[in-house]
Design a protein around this ligand. Sequence first.
Ligand code: HEM
Length: 408
Amino acid sequence: MTTPHHGDDFLHDLRLRSAAEGGVFWLDNEQLAVFEPAAARMVSSANWNGLVMSDRLVDMVRRRRSTPMRWSRIRTAWLTQLHTLTTGEHNADLITRMRQIIDARLGDDVDLVLLAQDVAVQSILPVALSGLTAGESARITQDLNQKLLRLIDRHPGRGLRHHAHFAAVQIRAGLVVRRVLSERASGRRARELDLTDPIVDLLPELGMDRALDVVTAVLTAIGGPPGSAAASVLYEFVRNPQWAHRLTRELGSVDPVEFCAAPAKAAPVTHRFVKEVLRMWSPPLLLVRRARASFDLGATRLEKGQSYLVSPHMIHRHPRFWQEADTFDPDRFLPGAPHGPADRACYVPFGWAPKKCIGADIGTIQLMALCYLMCTRYRLSVPNADTITMACRFAPVPQQFRGHLALA
Ligand code: HEM
């Protein structure tokens, strides 16, 4: 996904224009903002339905066609695997991995944005790619971290040296993925229950370069939004002590096995809390897409090759679709709440079909698991929590968000 760099003022201006101009408007000659729920759904469907992967590089050079590969086939393979990976037993393993990462940071004064990132990415990495050696894992993590820093730093690195280093780290991570794919395919490495494994079966049709792109798509996807959402969960948790208290009451008495088997059913208050965090602070804030064909959008027309922007955040904060859009209130997700979503198209933290996030379920479980750990195992103290602000980078990033974690 393309995620532009922008600042708070840019986003603020977009919100004002969106309110004034009805949600679909040209930013300049080449970029159309599509912040109206029905239009965003329509444009996504028109742009991506029937998507087929590009030909392999080697085939392009030889001017021949590759075996066609529909993107929906890749998504089906991922979703089938994820279904197996979100059972009670696997959710319990996910929580254990998260706990181990946090336990290692107890007692320190920690940067909670980076901690949230570590917890989210390191615990979900085995879902994407498992069975790695410590060295391989470090290479993948280094690549994910540098990509994240590029997204959240106000002044990302510049210059030839920086770019050369960035590229070298990326290439080394790519080599790890290639090795895993080819060794699993040849039987020199064990098959694993992860999102990479179904791609091994598709390797003969995909070819190595397209298979690498597919695995990289998942790695990129887990490198950004899950950690950002986890930081936003911690932010709202410390800024709303009354909600932290309600969550602690609910999670303190929940049966751990039931929680792992069906988190949303076992802990409905926590589920509402996470949904509201994802409404207020949906990462990434803006998604830039290129139109693959020309199509009409009511009053305007998008030509092939032009860009459009979609944004769950803009929809979630639009006063026409949400009452008191800037107020944090998880109870708006209670059935029949007057300030709830006007319809399903108004709540889209995981994007739109047919490119909707495949990790919606496991991502939500992970955020609920973070709440569970914060309420049952740890005590998080953040001095002057009410003065902490959110800055808008590729995603919302709490500023100067430091604190102390101890066992409860
Ligand atoms: C709270 C956590 C997460 C959030 C908020 C989130 C959000 C998103 C969004 C907004 C998109 C773009 C959808 C669109 O273009 O319409 C996306 C795509 C994607 N996400 Fe997530 N995501 C999360 C977690 C995850 C996890 C845990 C995984 C993997 C296990 C994952 C894998 C993907 C993939 C592979 C795509 C691209 C889908 C495609 O191109 O067909 N995401 N995500």
